[in-house]
Design a binder for this molecule. Structure first.
Ligand SMILES: Nc1ncnc2c1ncn2[C@@H]1O[C@H](COP(=O)(O)OP(=O)(O)OP(=O)(O)O)[C@@H](O)[C@H]1O
Length: 375
C-alpha cells in the first residue's frame, strides 16, 4: 500500500493543493470520481478509466498519478491506438541494438521508462490482439524483455488504462482478451458524458477561460442556458474548443445566444439554442455543412497532369491522407465522427490512420499531439 497524506480522506480534510481538485466539476459524478481517485491513489492496483471521447480520462489519469506516492516520478502516456503495430512492441518494451532493421541503438521502452512511476495506456481497446497477450504476460510476471534481449528486467510500473470503447462488446466479438480486461480493470472509474453532468459546464468554462488566458469573456444567461442544454458530442474537449474560439472572436464581450452559432463552426445547424425541444440531435443530417467538395469533373485530366512520372497510387494515398486529416480536424479529434464524415467504419478509419501515421490529436487545437506524452 502506498500512502500520501494528501490523498486520503474526504474533500474537507484535503490540502488545497490536492491534485484531485485539478479535476474541474461540481456534479455528483465528478465528486464521486474524485473520491475514487483518492482511494485508488493509495494503492498500486490497475485502474481502468472509461468514458466517451474528450470527457477527461487523461485528466483523471494525471490527477491519480499526482495524488499517489509516485507523483515525484514519471507519468508516461502511450496512445495504443495511434502507434503502428510494428512499433508498439518496441515502444512499450524497448529493443536491443540490431534486433531489427532500424534498431541502430539499444532503446528502453515506456514500461522501463515509467518504472516507479505511472504508465498510462490510452485507447487500450485499440491494442492489437497479439500485443494484448504480451501485455498480459508482462502484467502477470512484472518483468519485461526488450525485443532481441535475453534477460528479463523487473519493472515496478503502475498501470492506468483508458478507453472510450465498450470492452465487454469487444470481448464478445473476440477483439479484446477477457483475461487482460480483468487484469486491467481491477479498479474501474467511469466518467459520464458531459451532457449527463450539466452542472460541470459553467465551472469548466471558467476553468478554460483562465487556462487559455487573454481577455475575459462571458455568456449571457440565455447563451449559458443554451450551452447547458447542448448535447456536447465531443464532451469537455469540444467545450474547450468553443471557449478558445470565444476568447478569440469575442474578447471582453458578453456573448449572446445568437452569437453562439459562429462559435459552433462545424455545423451551424447544430449550434445550441436554449429551447430544449430545439436541441440538435448530435449528428442529425439536416442542413449539415458539406465538408468536402469534388474539385474536378470526370474526364477532366489531360496530359498536363498525367504522364511524366505521375503516380496514381501515390497521389491517391496523399489525397486520402488529406481527407483523413481534414475529417479529423472537422470532428475535433473525435474519430467516430471523423469516420462518419467520410462514410467509413470507425475501425477502417483507425486502420487508415495507422497506415498514414496520423495521430488523432494532430487534429486538436491544443497541440498536445504526440504519440507519447510525458509530464
Ligand atoms: N474535469 C475536467 N477538468 C479540467 N479539464 C478537463 C476536464 N475534463 C476534460 N478536460 C479538458 O478537456 C480536454 C479533453 O480531456 P482529455 O484529453 O482528458 O479527454 P479524454 O477522455 O482522455 O479524451 P480521449 O478519449 O479523446 O483521449 C483537455 O483539454 C482537458 O484538459
Amino acid at each position: 500500500m502506498e500512502h500520501n497524506p494528501h490523498s486520503i480522506g474526504n474533500a474537507r480534510m484535503l490540502h488545497p493543493d490536492d491534485p484531485a481538485l485539478h479535476l474541474i466539476g461540481d456534479s455528483a459524478a465528478i465528486e464521486e470520481v474524485r473520491s475514487l481517485i483518492r482511494h485508488a491513489a493509495a494503492t498500486t492496483i490497475p485502474v481502468m478509466i472509461t468514458g466517451p471521447s474528450g470527457c477527461g480520462k487523461e485528466v483523471v489519469a494525471k490527477a491519480l498519478h499526482r495524488c499517489s506516492a509516485r507523483s515525484a516520478e514519471k507519468f508516461v502516456g502511450v496512445n495504443c491506438g495511434a502507434i503502428p503495430r510494428d512499433l508498439l512492441e518496441s515502444e512499450l518494451f524497448g529493443h536491443e541494438k540490431g534486433s531489427f532493421t532500424g534498431a541502430i541503438a539499444q532503446r528502453k521502452g515506456q514500461f522501463e521508462d515509467a518504472s516507479k512511476g505511472t504508465l498510462f495506456l490510452d485507447e487500450i481497446g485499440d491494442m492489437p490482439f497479439d500485443m494484448q497477450v504480451k501485455l498480459l504476460r508482462v502484467l502477470e510476471e512484472k518483468q519485461i524483455e526488450r525485443i532481441g534481449g535475453t534477460q528479463s528486467i523487473a519493472i515496478d510500473t503502475r498501470i492506468i488504462s483508458a478507453t472510450h470503447q465498450n470492452l465487454e462488446e469487444a470481448i464478445a466479438t473476440k477483439r479484446f482478451r477477457e483475461d487482460l480486461f480483468y487484469r486491467l480493470s481491477v479498479f474501474p472509474i467511469d466518467i459520464p458524458a458531459l451532457k449527463d453532468r450539466r452542472e460541470d459546464i459553467a465551472p469548466l468554462i471558467r476553468h478554460f477561460i483562465k487556462q487559455i488566458g487573454g481577455e475575459e469573456i462571458c455568456f449571457s444567461a440565455e447563451a449559458m442556458d443554451a450551452l447547458e442544454n447542448y448535447a456536447w458530442p465531443g464532451n469537455a474537449r469540444e467545450l474547450r474548443n468553443i471557449v478558445e474560439r470565444a476568447v478569440v472572436l469575442f474578447p471582453g464581450v458578453m456573448i449572446s445566444e445568437s452569437q453562439l452559432s459562429s462559435l459552433f463552426r462545424r455545423r451551424a445547424s447544430n449550434a445550441p439554442t436554449h429551447h430544449r425541444h430545439a436541441l440538435p440531435s448530435s449528428y442529425a443530417g439536416g442542413g449539415e455543412v458539406r465538408p468536402f467538395r469534388t474539385t474536378t469533373d470526370e474526364n477532366s485530366y489531360d496530359r498536363g497532369t498525367l504522364g511524366d512520372g505521375f503516380d496514381l497510387k501515390k497521389h491517391l494515398m496523399q489525397e486520402e491522407r488529406k481527407y483523413l486529416l481534414s475529417a479529423l480536424r472537422m470532428a475535433e479529434g473525435v474519430v467516430a465522427e471523423a469516420a462518419h464524415l467520410v462514410s467509413l467504419r470507425r475501425t477502417t478509419f483507425v486502420e487508415k490512420m495507422r497506415r498514414h501515421k496520423i495521430v488523432r490529436k494532430m487534429a486538436l487545437t491544443d497541440h498536445r499531439s504526440e504519440l507519447v506524452r510525458r509530464e
